[in-house]
Design a protein around this ligand. Sequence first.
Ligand code: GLN
Length: 280
Amino acid sequence: MKKTAALLLTAAMTMTMLFAGCGDAAKDADTKNADNEANVEDVSGTESAQGEGPLADGVLNVGTNAEFPPFEFVGDDGEPDGFDMALIKAIGEKLGVDVVVENMEFDSLVASIGSKIDVAIAGMTITDERKNAVDFSDEYYEAVQYVIVSADSEIASAADLEGKNIGVQLGTTGDFIVEDIEGATAAQYNKAVDAVNDLRNGRVDAVIIDKNPAQVFGEQFKDEVKLFDGESPEFGFEKEYYAIALPKGDAELAKSINDALAELKEDGTFDELVTQYIGN
Ligand code: GLN
């Protein structure tokens, strides 16, 4: 008798935990039974737990490409880490949704929004072309492309890049810049670090990549490479602005994310994350 009672009690407690949304098992159950109403209401606990979409089902599926330090990189535990990851998790907390991160190729992020993922955060620059396919949140970071060359390179201006073999991350704004450089060839990589390694091996003449990752690589290989600020008159690249890519036309999700972003800026969390991950 006693044994049966104990077993029943254990079973009851397990069920309570599941429905109360405690622990990883509960999160898994939520993902799988996203349209089970009892689960949805317990987990999200917000007014927006109505209708369809990530705000209603309590899970925000986020795509990134964890090859872009300090915004995203694979942490010691094998999971994506970095400024963007911390930011989107803080946004998820404000919205009362679980953030599930999918690490994928940068070039497939935009096309995956609305199917494989709900949104993407990946140091992604707002561009007119991307705006044809997705909406963007309010911008959260200003950037510009940098040029990395080997320490003994004679390249020192945009004109010097003409006809050169230039390493870029596939489908990025660095890649698009190379398209406009006379006679230059883009050597396209899925991982920025591979482009930098090929620069160190002499397989490419330069790498064009965003400022902060360039600075991380510049520091990592400081005896071998030097950096140029693309905003300098010698290069004349334009400023870029990062934002979260959102499904086209989902005004409710856009507003919720923008409101959460504004709150995080207001309450100092955003600045704390900048200090923690980017340092300037
Ligand atoms: N900011 C660049 C872009 O949007 C690069 C982003 C990245 O490589 N993660 O294209």
